[in-house]
Design a protein around this ligand. Sequence first.
Ligand code: CTP
Ligand code: MG
Length: 575
Amino acid sequence: LHMKGRGSLVKYLRKVDSYLHRTIGTNVVSAQEEREGCKSLYAVQAERQEQAERSVLISCHTRTNEKKFLKYLSMHGDINKYFFYESYGMYAVVEFANRESLASLFEEAAIPIVSHESMVPFKSRLLSLRNLGSADPPNQQSGQRCQSQTTIPINELIQRLSKEGSIDQQMTSLTDVYQLTEENSRLRFLVCSLLKDIAAAYFPECTIKPFGSSVNGFGKLGCDLDMFLDLDGISGRNAKMPKSGFLLEYQMKQTNSERAVTQSILSVIGDCVDQFGPGCVGVQKILNARCPLVRFAHQPSGFQCDLTANNSFRSWSEWDVSWVQIRTAACQVAMKSTELLYLYGELDPRVRHLVFTVRCWARAHAITSSIPGAWITNFSLTVMVLFFLQRRSPSVIPTLDHLRDLAGPADKSFIEGNDCTFVSDFGKIHLQSNPETLERLLCEFFEFYATFPFNKMSISIRQGKELNKPEVAPLHIQNPFETTLNVSKNVNATQLDRFVALCKESSWLLQQTETSKARGGNVEKAPAPWGLASLLVPLQVAVTKGRKKRRPEPASERIKSLLASLKNPNQQKKS
Ligand code: CTP
Ligand code: MG
């Protein structure tokens, strides 16, 4: 603990604290001390990135013997961490203690012999392990336990939540089941690192960083992997003042717009990923979007990937701009909002539980979708939850303006003239003491948005209050950093109406004693959905003989049958 510093000490004390709290009702770590021990997103990212660079991804036979596998790889150096998982076959992520071990491993790796096809001679850290000797027979215990990289289906989740004793427990349990695991997070950084090896062929100083739900603390297992090709390392920011009468410059090709540069970089990298990237399939270049991107599937990890790039590469250097970081591009703003969401999620555990719950509820009722369209997005929904928490009295989390006021000189950040400054030192943030339970917050969330004046007002987490709508749009959520933009511009009136109707229905359901209280009883029997579980029961869409879908049952019918099923669980309809 002494070696690892204050962060680990606080983590350890937090465990002791939670034990004492459960057993004798005493806390040893204050919420403030917990916040002081929190690592910034940058620190977490730097650590994960470094681990990823010492790691390899190995496709192996399902019957590979774990002990022999480890013994074989350990010949190249100490292994810090490894795990197995399944995705179109079995894979292992292996993190060595030192980078030199990778070089030693590669010296031994052979080029596969194929008779009919040709190969692209690009070597990467994605390898295959062949069993030359006899593989273990099927009935012999090979030992390795596969880590799941996906979540359980919604019906299973409903059953699991129904066994919990309170709505608060249901919400924490939902977060536990859905959140990214340590292993999944490592895999995400490893995929970024593997792609960096491809991009580095053109831009050796580049890095590829994950953003969005992979790192903001609100990611669900199976969520897409948003990546950002960062070329900042190439720019002349670190150039020193010329000491002699000479200044040596690189000759560089010039184009007429930064956007055009981003598009051509992504186009070239997209082609490389498509043609040289092992395991990368279905590459699509979407270069005309506001934030140009390359989309593809990374088969060995099972991740759907979106790669964007910054175009902040400019010919200015340290002596031009010394006091603030001036950066350009919409994608840079996305990085900032990722950092902000991460901070809010770390401030109070209720933030993450409520966001996970609302996201899951919205997905169960098709309020959100994996297909782009006129629906509310997870990002918009998260901002709505944050806004609601700012509006509680006393507030659960502070406004963005308050976080900006707490910022130090090193936190200053401007992106295309937008002030993206906010405090990075969690210890400076003092929260108001709001004692509300998760159950209460969930009920109030539904109530709040069931009656919110969407026709006139806009949602602003910067100011933490409703603002007059500056433009006509069914749902107006101010972009926290580009305040003239609407985060939910895509949402149409029908989708907003569905959201409001479901908030009303869910608020009503939670107030019914039949659905809001745990019904105890026989633990072995599957209990009927109650509390949060009853809110996740999907709308029942009956399928007629001709496979034609009928209109969904009206909400009142659904609720009636749900209440009937609670009175008599055996007659519960299958959904
Ligand atoms: N983003 C943004 N402004 C938007 C949309 C997105 O700043 N109008 C940023 C947010 O930081 C968001 C990230 O881009 O987290 C990635 O967007 P997206 O993939 O749509 O959202 P996620 O938060 O990653 O959620 P999901 O799990 O649905 O992918
Ligand atoms: Mg995403």
